[in-house]
Design a protein around this ligand. Structure first.
Ligand SMILES: [Zn+2]
Length: 170
């Protein structure tokens, strides 16, 4: 079967960047990163879900932030990060470990806490105020990008924007 022949001149339509997120296995995100780098010159964010292991800092497949950061830096990612997971407090250690393991900017997009299934409906425990209360610690831990993943709403993101629009707490 003929394979496509993407090259460095191929456009990536009108995107400004590509985000690879919610990965659990290092080899999978490495392949995705290499595929994007082969197809275009857009900046690529490499983000995995961390929330497993004794400290909640591993992916469900056991990958550490250091492993991700070293792979991402070695393969030309523009930023490295964590998304989804067990909530913003849990990403403080992850952000520190990502920051220490490579020179790449750190991207953290946490869930609004762990989802709870109640009466057949999934809900997330953190409202906007609880969510943004954790963000200064993330920034102090080295996060250069902060956002929201599952359970964050149109009310969470303006609250986050308002917080980060103030002088940086670091
Ligand atoms: Zn999510």
């Amino acid at each position: 079967m003929p394979s496509p022949t993407p090259g460095p001149t191929r456009s990536c339509w009108s995107a400004d960047a590509i985000v690879l997120e919610s990965f659990a296995e290092l080899e999978e995100i490495e392949l995705a990163l290499l595929a994007v780098k082969a197809a275009c010159h857009l900046p690529v964010v490499a983000s995995m879900t961390f929330g497993s292991g004794p400290e909640g800092t591993r992916s469900i497949m056991g990958v550490s932030p250091e492993q991700l950061a070293q792979m991402a830096a070695g393969n030309g990612a523009a930023a490295v990060g964590g998304n989804c997971g067990a909530g913003p407090e849990n990403f403080v250690k992850v952000a520190q470990q990502l920051r220490q393991a490579s020179p790449l900017p750190v991207w953290i997009k946490a869930n609004a806490g762990l989802p709870v299934l109640s009466a057949g409906k999934t809900t997330f425990p953190m409202g906007p105020a609880d969510f943004v209360a954790c963000v200064p610690a993330l920034i102090a831990a080295g996060a250069a990008f902060v956002g929201g993943c599952c359970g964050t709403t149109p009310d969470h993101i303006p609250a986050l924007r308002k917080l980060v629009g103030q002088p940086a707490p670091r």
